[in-house]
Design a binder for this molecule. Structure first.
Ligand SMILES: Nc1ncnc2c1ncn2[C@@H]1O[C@H](COP(=O)(O)OP(=O)(O)O)[C@@H](O)[C@H]1O
Ligand SMILES: [Mg+2]
Length: 268
């Protein structure tokens, strides 16, 4: 297929020949990847291909062995996770990360702990509560009492506490029932509509690509394919490898995907 998005006009983040791993073994074997500003980029690929590892090298949980991670023109490869957080890179890991015994509001406010500015935190809380009805409605509930899908929505909402420049979402829909998955993808589509820059990792490739401007396929620690979300959705090879399998286990979700993003990719 034609690679129409190799060099986005407005690169926010670039990975250039990034290798990384855990101990002796290399998992990323030279990842070249660009994330455009104000866009949603979806990273898909088989289990174990290095998607989560890629996100970790961006947020600083893992340092690359070689290659560079460039963010807004700055080489951030050697910076700590905290330094990257302060630059606006926020990572929502695959596992649940709310404090279950704290309320939804306390959890969201915790997202701003590095700000050390109570007035700013209160202002941002108001903005988040206005943008996410669930957060406003359940503000006083213990996070642990929310469903998995609701907790994921709160985790996504919490990222806005830092007015992030880049949001990394690792498999936000994993383990959720079809209805909750739709709600989570709607939150991603809302971030896109608000012009946020998102790098989304998704096993649920069809739904992920449908809310994304750009799709990237990772295989064996390298980028195998890049295209628009719509291109990858219609690519027979991608369909055979990733979309058929993703569509099979949960047929009800396919018909209930958020329509605005689906419409948008068709218009692209
Ligand atoms: N903390 C870790 N320590 C050792 N190996 C790991 C660790 N995390 C992931 N791996 C290994 O790295 C490979 C890639 O993992 P990962 O990036 O999580 O893949 P993906 O997210 O694409 O499923 C897998 O083989 C996995 O077992
Ligand atoms: Mg993963």
């Amino acid at each position: 297929m034609t690679d129409t998005t190799a060099e986005p006009a407005n690169p926010l983040l670039t990975l250039d020949g990034v290798t990384a791993g855990y101990g002796a073994g290399l998992i990323l074997k030279g990842v070249d990847l660009t994330v455009a500003a104000g866009r949603v980029t979806c990273l898909i690929g088989p289990n174990g291909s290095g998607k989560s590892t890629t996100l970790k090298t961006i947020s600083g949980l893992l340092k690359p062995n070689s290659g560079t991670v460039t963010f807004r023109g700055e080489d951030i490869s050697r910076l700590s996770a905290r330094e990257r957080l302060l630059r606006g890179i926020v990572h929502v890991p695959q596992d649940r990360s709310l404090f279950p015994a704290m309320t939804v509001r306390e959890n969201v406010e915790m997202g701003g702990y590095v700000l050390r500015d109570r007035r700013l935190i209160a202002e941002r809380w108001e903005h988040i509560a206005a943008s996410f009805p669930l957060v406003a409605d359940r503000a006083g509930a213990h996070a642990g009492s929310l469903s998995g899908g609701e907790q994921k929505t709160v985790e996504i909402a919490r990222t806005l506490m830092l007015d992030p420049v880049l949001i990394l979402l690792d498999e936000p829909s994993i383990g959720l029932d079809p209805k909750s998955r739709v709600a989570v993808f709607r939150s991603v589509a809302d971030l896109a509509a608000a012009g946020r820059s998102v790098l989304l990792v998704e096993q649920n490739a069809r739904s992920g690509l449908a809310v994304s401007h750009t799709g990237v396929v990772l295989e064996g620690g390298r980028v195998a394919l890049t295209g628009t979300g719509a291109d990858l959705l219609s690519d027979p090879e991608v369909g055979r490898l990733y979309l058929g399998a993703a569509a099979r286990p949960a047929p009800p979700s396919a018909s209930s995907l958020p329509s605005p993003a689906g419409d948008r990719t068709r218009q692209d």
